[in-house]
Design a protein around this ligand. Structure first.
Ligand code: PSU
Ligand code: MN
Length: 342
């Protein structure tokens, strides 16, 4: 712990105000490609902390109208903890970085209609270049990482991470979230992955991709990577990080060293909202099998919808709590990080 801190301090002395390009906090290339909100633009220019928020969770993971109220609550939570929220998505064929309440409302209310798509890395360019009626889109973690980092935002707060699907060794259904994390210097706060994914293979894949995987917790204790609705998963976390300040130090070193892959900071659901594995796992297994004929990008949303149906709203409440808790931790991480960059 001390060595990391000393290294970060030394790096600051060496680089002073001339951080190498890859380690700079703010760098907007091609601003003409994005609609950046006034708030976010100002924060980026002034070196204030910014947290990117994904929107596939609102368009493809959460029922209406809860998706809209959650979008507002996420923004409030980031602000309450000292950072500026940059909600990322596509509206009428344009990439938005930072959305007004009206824009969030449009995206949330067109969820589930043919106008609104799920956008991972590979889908972004299509929406900018297509002919005919422009579309809307909620960005997944991979889409959000791609857009956020091209605008110089390197902290992303989100709910559940995509991964290697069960049977993925045959179907090759492996989320683009994992490869994106493998090639981008970005800090992502999530509550882990649901057990409908193959946790063990996801961890192996992340290791091969060079992604730092850690969980917030007490380093003196045994800590699992979290299982989204539950705090444990049966798989020990490769690293344990004490708090968002330590996370910021680690991520800063990652950037200075040009590691060029991402850092995952798993943030377990708060204890009081946890759904124990014994209760949720059978539901997840059933939801997965019901959606097993659905392939490609539609599989994950189909499983998520089935979970909402089967838990009669309990999953929604847990999901809301954990994702708000991640917005808080993401904001705290961004605040510490911006202090290191100053
Ligand atoms: N898993 C969840 N909740 C989610 C998602 C996954 O428990 O909301 C969303 C995230 O946006 C994630 C995406 O980035 O699904 C992954 O989709 P796919 O499996 O198609 O890569
Ligand atoms: Mn997939």
């Amino acid at each position: 712990k001390g060595a990391v801190r000393r290294a970060v301090k030394t790096s600051r002395i060496v680089y002073k105000n001339e951080l190498p390009v890859h380690a700079r906090w703010h760098k907007i290339t091609f601003p003409e490609l994005f609609v950046v909100s006034k708030d976010v633009e100002k924060a980026l220019q002034e070196g204030e902390p910014v947290v990117a928020l994904e929107t596939a969770i609102y368009t493809h993971g959460f029922p209406k109208p809860d998706n809209f109220t959650l979008a507002l609550e996420m923004e409030h939570t980031v602000r309450d903890h000292g950072a500026v929220p940059a909600t990322i998505g596509i509206l009428n064929g344009k990439i938005y970085i930072g959305m007004s309440n009206e824009q969030l409302e449009e995206l949330a209310y067109t969820a589930g209609t043919p106008k609104t798509h799920k956008i991972s890395r590979r889908d972004i360019a299509y929406h900018l270049g297509k002919s005919g009626d422009p579309l809307n889109g909620g960005t997944t973690i991979s889409g959000t990482i791609k857009i956020a980092t091209s605008a110089g935002i390197s902290v992303v707060a989100t709910g559940g991470l995509g991964g290697v699907h069960k049977g993925g060794e045959n179907s090759l259904d492996i989320s683009a979230d994992l490869t994106e994390l493998g090639k981008t210097g970005v800090a992502v706060v999530t509550s882990g992955m649901k057990s409908f994914l193959d946790t063990e293979r996801t961890m192996e894949f992340l290791e091969t991709q060079g992604v730092f995987v850690s969980t917030f917790g007490d380093p003196e204790e045994k800590v699992d990577i979290p299982g989204f609705f539950s705090r444990d998963s049966g798989f020990p976390s490769p690293y344990i990080v004490r708090d968002p300040e330590e996370a910021a130090n680690i991520f800063f070193a990652n950037q200075l060293l040009k590691v060029d892959s991402g850092c995952l900071f798993f943030n377990p659901i708060p204890e009081e909202y946890e759904i124990p594995r014994s209760e949720i796992d059978p539901i997840l297994a059933d939801a997965t099998s019901k959606a097993s004929s659905i392939t490609g990008k539609d599989n994950t949303p189909a499983v998520l919808n089935e979970i909402v149906k089967q838990t009669e709203g309990r999953s929604i409440r847990a999901n809301r709590r954990l994702v708000l808790n991640n917005a808080k931790a993401g904001a705290q991480l961004a605040v510490h990080l911006s202090q290191l960059y100053k």
